[in-house]
Design a protein around this ligand. Sequence first.
Ligand code: SAM
Length: 235
Amino acid sequence: PPLYKQRYGKVYEVLIQQKFRENIKKLVDFGCAEFGLFVFIKKLNLEEIMFVDIDESMLKEKIGMVHPLLSEHLNRRNCPLEVSVFKGSIIDPDYRLRKTDVVTAIELIEHLFPDTLEALPYNIFSFIRPKLVIITTPNVNFNVAFGRNTGFRHPDHKFEWTMEQFEDWCNNIIQRFPDYNVEISGMGNPPSTKPTIGFCTQAAVFVRKDLYCSSYISSSYTKSCKCCPKTSPCK
Ligand code: SAM
């Protein structure tokens, strides 16, 4: 499948995992653009999806993408799904976005100026504080596979990171917000002639630790089991 579908597929795959799917009802997609993610996640058992993008004219133009289809009026879901669309920035603290279980930001961060990128972790990991955060961004090392040795993939990109830079950024976030773990992966395999350049898109899945372990209360404990700072291992 094309890469954009692999990215949405990754979000879907994470959300259907047994350990997550019982715990997620509300999802916020920042930088939703043309609502491409919607078709992949609307079949999930979510109760609420909020789409946020800074580009109001794009939201107005494409909002029809989130209207129910005729077939969906005829074959109704078991649980109702509320979909809202807001114009806003990923760094704006907004009380409507609290109690969100999942935040996604697919191919968004590379469009942000440094001051916005710096403000992002606070809004996501402290103000909204969801159970799961999924962030994707291009891997600049892969650009040679497109025959590019200079320049970014898109004229609006403010940066493109190597895998090491993305990993550093993610690790810095979990140091500042120790209630989270992170797993980094990717999609879009490298060509066989350049196996070491890594995936085309890199993806980070941040998981709030209490999702693994209900005994986890805060990061102030000192002894740890594998998934949380309890003294004995959790089941
Ligand atoms: N997530 C979309 C997808 O996977 O199809 C595509 C994202 S598009 C490459 C980047 C989007 O981020 C654009 O729609 C842009 O308007 C939006 N954007 C840029 N800065 C933003 C910000 N500060 N907050 C929210 N959205 C922003």
